[in-house]
Design a protein around this ligand. Structure first.
Ligand code: UD1
Length: 322
């Protein structure tokens, strides 16, 4: 299969490219390099610099005998989406519509889509299965849910088959060190922990220690990006065998608290993580964990790289020499 990985120079995209190459797929990366970087490109994959907001660019790329796509390009900062919804409507909704329309025009019928646990909003129960009501609390989560609805209609009306993968908390880095790009200005917990360890920031602020959890800090389902990447490859193989469209959670079902992440980092790295407790962050639920059984039933997928030690060691590898 020849796969166009849209957003393939980004953090998750570059790991997806590696997983597809390992499974002997031909890969072309399409990326506007707005947050992605050439450091994340593989010499075995072709590269097109282009933007999903430019219909002709994406159509031309899809016409290069492409069998399927992985669509990762998009904006992903929850806080920013609440301040600047226009940017998210444009990139995460208009951009996806462009890709879907170009797929129909080019006759490409297989799509893997990056979705997010944020479509569920505050959990009514955990671990979350795919039947949990969808009630996004952020505009970002809304754009992901809307896109899934577009995908369902394009399947029904135009036969575009899709697998939408709802990631929980993506963490970790390629364990072979093949991916070199670090995210600029990270917003997520583990990169912030690392920056506190190396002194790039003074302290980690732990948002809330009065939650109804064993140690009072929030619990999340941290899933290694290499595990996420494998799911994309399996999903493409599944669609290639004629599988029906699916929406699947990708997580471990295990949760770790913020303090557990801090203490495990200290153990793996052998250094202190300077931190202080700070007020709760608006919109943070106490516990978010995934029930990933459907991904196992449909794709035979389960997490195999996601123990905390592995997650932290692979992340530390990227930060230790900064
Ligand atoms: C993240 C993503 C969201 C995605 C979701 C999937 C962001 C901002 N959010 O949410 O898009 O849908 O995963 O589950 O990218 N924390 C601190 N101090 C910090 C940073 C974080 O205490 O400086 C805590 C948070 O309160 C939270 C945990 O660490 O409990 C993880 O936070 P974060 O990495 O931002 O991810 P989520 O908010 O869970």
């Amino acid at each position: 299969m020849h796969i166009l990985v849209i957003g393939g120079a980004g953090y998750i995209g570059s790991h997806v490219v590696k997983a597809l190459l390992q499974r002997k797929m031909k890969v072309t990366v399409f990326d506007n390099l707005s947050t992605g970087t050439k450091l994340n490109l593989f010499k075995e994959a072709d590269f097109i610099e282009g933007d999903i907001l430019n219909y002709n660019q994406i159509l031309d790329a899809l016409k290069q005998n492409v069998d399927g796509i992985v669509l990762l390009a998009g904006k992903k900062a929850v806080g920013e989406s609440m301040e600047n919804p226009m940017k998210y409507a444009l990139n995460n909704i208009n951009g996806v519509i462009n890709v879907l329309n170009a797929m129909v025009e080019a006759g490409v019928k297989k799509a893997i889509f990056s979705s997010s646990a944020s479509v569920y909003g505050t959990p009514l129960y955990t671990p979350l299965d795919e039947k949990h009501p969808e009630n996004p609390m952020s505009f970002y989560g809304f754009t992901k849910l809307e896109t899934e609805r577009f995908l369902k209609w394009y399947d029904q009306l135009k036969g575009v088959k899709f697998v939408s993968l709802r990631y929980f908390n993506a963490v970790g880095y390629d364990e072979d060190g093949d991916i070199k790009g670090l995210e600029e200005n990270p917003q997520n917990l583990l990169p912030i922990v690392m920056e506190a360890v190396i002194g790039k920031r003074e302290k980690l602020k732990i948002f809330g220690n009065d939650y109804d959890t064993p140690d009072g800090t929030c619990i999340r389902d941290y899933i290694h990006v290499t595990d996420l990447a494998t799911a994309h490859a399996l999903a493409l193989e599944y669609l290639d065998k004629g599988g029906e469209s699916q929406i699947l959670n990708l997580g471990t079902s295990l949760g770790s608290s913020v303090l557990e992440m801090v203490h495990k980092t200290e153990e793996v790295v052998g250094k202190k993580v300077p931190f202080e407790f700070a007020p709760r962050r608006a919109g943070d639920p106490a516990i978010v964990t995934a029930k990933p059984d459907k991904a196992f039933e449909v794709l035979g997928w389960k997490a195999t790289h996601s123990d905390l030690k592995n997650i932290i060691a692979s992340t530390w590898n990227m930060y230790k020499n900064l």
